[in-house]
Structure formats: structure tokens, C-alpha cells
Design a protein around this ligand. Structure first.
Ligand SMILES: Cc1cc2nc3c(=O)[nH]c(=O)nc-3n(C[C@H](O)[C@H](O)[C@H](O)COP(=O)(O)OP(=O)(O)OC[C@H]3O[C@@H](n4cnc5c(N)ncnc54)[C@H](O)[C@@H]3O)c2cc1C
Length: 309
């Protein structure tokens, strides 16, 4: 939706975005591919060849969230339109209705044993899929830009959902630990458990403030101005979710790893977010690169004691 809102023409918005906003249909974004390292979107290899008024698409995509949902009616597919162009201008994005001949849902994928019932994940092949050129989102060569525009807000949405999930995990920990006893005391009375809950609260409030600042920066300066904040939160929140979910699982004992609680799914979700929408390492590299270079050296530092001559 974000990609359509920012990059579609008015006619495209009427045809593709409005039904999504009215919840009459669903869509998915087809970037990642099994045969290339997809954390670098410029590696995407699906071919999109112009043929008259159409584009003909050939390739394979996987881990496409929502593509296996029965109500998913179209995909935004990223593919190579000009392999000779600069690496960030080689790709384009195009809307592909799921019922176009040549589009095949090969299988439904699970993640760490969990099924995403809300937005089931699909692997798809595109075999001479022909779609009109008017379905192109943005200009030819804008694919990388469209993917980036989509990912900024998408990443903060994931973080906001994760923050809400952590609130639930803390509450679950509290309730469970108050209800059960070992060795003559309720579990909540043990220092260790109180500390886990308090540490979770400290981490959660830090993350919430980071999310607010990131949202504010997106509003103030748009996607480019918020680049660093998006990376900061994208690294901080999934790691926090994993830690809090791990503590909650421990507090629950055996039940925590069962399907009777959402804790194991929270763990898997945290783990996913450390890879999806850009792995930690890519964001950390980005953050490092934005770190201002100090103008002083160890020898002339205003903060260190001068070395004796
Ligand atoms: C559950 C789930 C849902 C997903 N949904 C979608 C979707 O809807 N649409 C979509 O297009 N994709 C989706 N993806 C795919 C996701 O975007 C990719 O998995 C992700 O971009 C990483 O690509 P890759 O798996 O090919 O890993 P690779 O690119 O092969 O990277 C593997 C590892 O290499 C390391 N690495 C990579 N770059 C660097 C670097 N610069 N510095 C240091 N280390 C590095 C990292 O540790 C990384 O985890 C989904 C993935 C999952 C698991």
C-alpha cells in the first residue's frame, strides 16, 4: 500500500490501491529470490522484458508474505528491465494480477515451524507472464527506489507491532509468575523474575521512544531524512523482542514453548525481523556509515591527558 500511495499514478491508485484500502482485496511484494542474496535488492534477477505494450516476466520469488493468501489478487513484482544500467537503475516494479497465465504458487512456506495465517508466505514462479506496460509502478528503472520507499514505513510498522507484542509478553510474565509457586513462594517473589520483568520494561520504554522519534522524523523529513532512525529501530526492536520473548518463555516453563501461548511465535517473529526487510548486519553497516568522523586524533585530543614528552 505504501508503495502504491507514494509511487502510483491517479489511475493506478483507483485500480490497485482503492480496493486495498477498502479491504476488498490483498496484495504482496515480490522482491526476494531463492537464487540470489536478496538482502542486496540490486541482486534481484527476475527478468522483465518489454515487448510492444507489454512486459514479459520470467523468474522465481520466495518468502513473499501474503502471496499464499486466497484473497491475494495481485503482486508488485521487482525485476530487471535494463541489466546495463547503473546498479540502482536496473530494476523496475510492476503490478501482476495473480490470475495472469504463467503465475504459479509453487508452495506455502513456514518460518521456524510457524505458519503465518494472517499473511501466508508463498514461493512463486513466473513463466512468460505478460502484463501491460501501464502496470509499471513509477518509471522504468525506478524499482530500487520503489522498494526503498516501501521499506521505510514498513520497517517502523513492524517495530510498532513488536512493541505491542512486548507489552503483552510482560503482562503474560506477570500473570503467570503471580499464579504459580515453587519452594514456598510465588514465582513473582524471586528476584530473578522481578529483574527480568523490570529489564523488559526498561528496554521496552527505550524502544518506544526510539519508535516515536523515528515516526516523527518520517513525518518531518520523509523517507530519506529518517533513514538512520529507521535502521536504529530496525536493529533495536527485533533483538529486544527476542530477549523479552525468551524471558517470558522461561517464566512459563514448558507451556511457554507450546502452541497454547503466543510466546514461541513471538520468538520466531523477532528472529524473522532480524533478517527480513534487511538483515541486522546491513542496517548496522548503514548506522556505522552515518556516524560522524571525529575531527581530532588521539595525540591532540581535548579529552585525553597529554602524553609526557
Ligand atoms: C518470514 C519471511 C517473510 C518475508 N517476506 C518477504 C516479502 O514479503 N517480500 C520480499 O521480497 N521478501 C520477503 N522476505 C525475504 C527477506 O527480505 C530476505 O530473506 C532478506 O532480504 C535476506 O535475503 P536472503 O534471505 O537472500 O539472505 P542473504 O541476502 O543471502 O543474506 C544472508 C546473510 O548474509 C549476511 N549479510 C548480508 N549482507 C551483509 C552485509 N552488508 N554485511 C554483513 N553481513 C551481511 C547477513 O547475516 C544475512 O542474514 C521474507 C523473509 C522471511 C524470513
Amino acid at each position: 500500500m505504501i508503495a502504491l500511495q507514494n509511487c502510483a499514478t491517479p489511475e493506478q491508485k483507483a485500480r490497485w490501491l482503492r480496493p486495498l484500502l477498502e479491504a476488498r482485496t490483498r496484495s504482496a511484494f515480490g522482491g526476494a529470490e531463492p537464487d540470489v542474496a536478496s538482502s542486496d535488492a540490486t541482486n534481484i534477477a527476475t527478468r522483465m522484458v518489454r515487448d510492444g505494450n507489454d512486459y514479459v516476466i520470467n523468474g522465481r520469488k520466495w518468502f513473499i508474505t501474503g502471496a499464499a493468501h486466497p484473497r491475494c489478487s495481485f503482486l508488485i513484482v521487482m525485476g530487471v528491465t535494463n541489466s546495463d544500467a547503473d546498479r540502482t537503475r536496473r530494476h523496475s516494479c510492476i503490478m501482476v494480477p495473480m490470475d495472469t497465465p504463467g503465475v504459479r504458487l509453487v508452495r506455502r512456506l513456514n518460518w521456524m515451524g510457524c505458519q503465518d495465517h494472517v499473511a501466508p508466505i508463498g514461493e512463486l514462479t513466473f513463466d512468460n507472464v505478460r502484463v501491460p506496460a501501464e502496470n509499471l509502478l513509477g518509471a522504468e528503472g525506478d524499482g530500487f527506489k520503489v522498494a526503498q520507499v516501501r521499506l521505510g514505513p514498513a520497517r517502523i510498522h513492524h517495530c510498532m507491532r513488536s512493541i505491542g507484542l512486548c507489552e503483552l509478553l510482560i503482562e503474560l510474565m506477570m500473570v503467570r509468575a503471580m499464579e504459580r509457586s515453587t519452594f514456598g513462594r510465588t514465582i513473582i517473589q524471586y528476584d530473578t523474575v522481578q529483574r527480568w520483568i523490570a529489564e523488559s520494561r526498561v528496554e521496552l520504554e527505550q524502544a518506544r521512544l526510539l519508535a516515536y522519534r523515528c515516526a516523527w522524523r518520517l513525518d518531518q523529513s520523509g523517507h530519506h531524512g529518517a533513514w538512520r532512525d529507521v535502521s536504529l529501530i530496525k536493529v533495536a526492536v527485533p533483538a529486544m523482542l527476542q530477549r523479552i520473548a525468551d524471558r517470558a518463555l522461561q517464566v512459563f516453563g514448558a507451556m511457554g514453548g507450546s502452541e497454547d501461548t503466543p510466546i514461541h511465535q513471538a520468538l520466531a517473529w523477532g528472529r524473522l525481523l532480524r533478517i527480513g526487510d534487511g538483515p541486522d548486519e546491513v542496517h548496522l553497516r548503514q548506522i556505522y556509515r552515518m556516524e560522524p568522523t571525529p575531527t581530532w586524533t588521539i595525540a591532540n585530543s581535548p579529552y585525553l591527558a597529554a602524553r609526557p614528552a
